[in-house]
Design a binder for this molecule. Structure first.
Ligand SMILES: Nc1ncnc2c1ncn2[C@@H]1O[C@H](COP(=O)(O)OP(=O)(O)OP(=O)(O)O)[C@@H](O)[C@H]1O
Length: 290
């Protein structure tokens, strides 16, 4: 996470964006822009209902949707939090545990194949130069699939698959961004929480729940999301691996803005005809002539 201008000569906008670029997520308490880089890190957002978690997920979804090297996989139990991005996504899973398990199993397979490919090339992680898409997985809300719908066995499989993706996905170009309004040890055990390189605590009701998101002991050191006023929606403490929590205000996209961006992103992602395998020599078009 950085709060200085992005470490490039200028973050490109529009179809030139990449998931390897810094993602603008909001401003810090001094008004400086805050960027995160998700290609090799996961992000967990937790806090009480209405705190602004979905706002953060939508800001990240917008960057991912506009990135030419990104694919989106969305799991949204409520359908409406991420629903506007459906046309930009490879998969959009609603309140259906069977479909959620199916997509996580497929992602696990893709991840395993990517690791086999990396090993064959003597490499440890995918890079922008590989030409592989970053598959950004957004989950709103974890507890819906891990504790509300489905049988106990299905919920346990969901947690196991999600944990595997969070643990191994980032080097394979499959980062996970997940939100929960139930930051408790049963939903976010420490062993899972610590796999998220970025953690954002929106308003929490107790120092303990704030610690469950940010990490043990931060509330006692003065970084507690209980300080955030209920009316200050979109405010959060954001911590990056090895850093100190920073107070931020997340950038907020209205529904109309999301609709506009999603429309444009769906258009730049529209299916295009495959180039003909055998060139049509009767056609003197630009490419052949060039
Ligand atoms: N960054 C922001 N700036 C201003 N207002 C915001 C911001 N984020 C959220 N809000 C306001 O707060 C409302 C609730 O936000 P949001 O849906 O993101 O919360 P949530 O934490 O995802 O809630 P839930 O857990 O119920 O899904 C929004 O409809 C919006 O009015």
């Amino acid at each position: 996470m950085t709060t200085t201008p992005a470490p490039t000569s200028g973050v490109p906008v529009g179809p030139g964006l990449s998931m390897f670029d810094p993602i603008f997520v909001g401003i810090d308490e001094f008004g400086h822009p805050v960027y995160i880089t998700l290609a090799y890190r996961n992000l967990l957002a937790g806090g009480e209902p209405g705190g602004g978690k979905s706002g953060l997920l939508n800001t990240i979804a917008a960057h991912a949707a506009l990135s030419v090297d990104s694919r989106l996989v969305l799991l949204d139990g409520k359908l409406v939090e991420l629903g506007q991005w459906e046309d930009c996504a490879d998969a959009f899973i609603g309140p259906d545990i069977t479909a959620a398990l199916d997509i996580l199993r497929r992602l696990q397979l893709v991840m395993n194949n990517r690791y086999a490919w990396l090993r064959a090339h003597g490499r440890r992680k995918v890079t922008a130069a590989d030409g592989l898409s970053v598959i950004t997985v957004l989950v709103d809300e974890i507890a819906y699939y891990s504790a509300t719908v489905g049988s106990k066995q299905e919920q346990e499989e969901f947690v196991a698959l999600l944990r595997d993706l969070v643990a191994r996905g980032r080097a394979a170009g499959i980062p996970v961004v997940a939100a929960t309004q139930r930051p408790s040890f049963d939903i976010i055990p420490t062993s899972l929480r610590d796999l998220f390189g970025y953690r954002a605590a929106f308003r929490c009701t107790t120092p303990n729940t704030s610690n469950i998101v940010l990490g043990h002991g931060w509330a006692e050191q003065g970084y507690s999301a209980t300080d955030i006023a209920p009316a200050n929606q979109g405010a959060a403490y954001l911590i990056a691996e090895g850093g100190t929590p920073k107070r931020i205000k997340v950038a907020y996209l209205t529904d109309a803005q999301i609709a506009g961006i999603a429309d444009y992103a769906a258009w730049i992602r529209r299916p295009r005809p495959l180039p003909a395998l055998i060139p049509d020599l009767t056609r003197v078009d630009f490419e052949v002539a060039a």
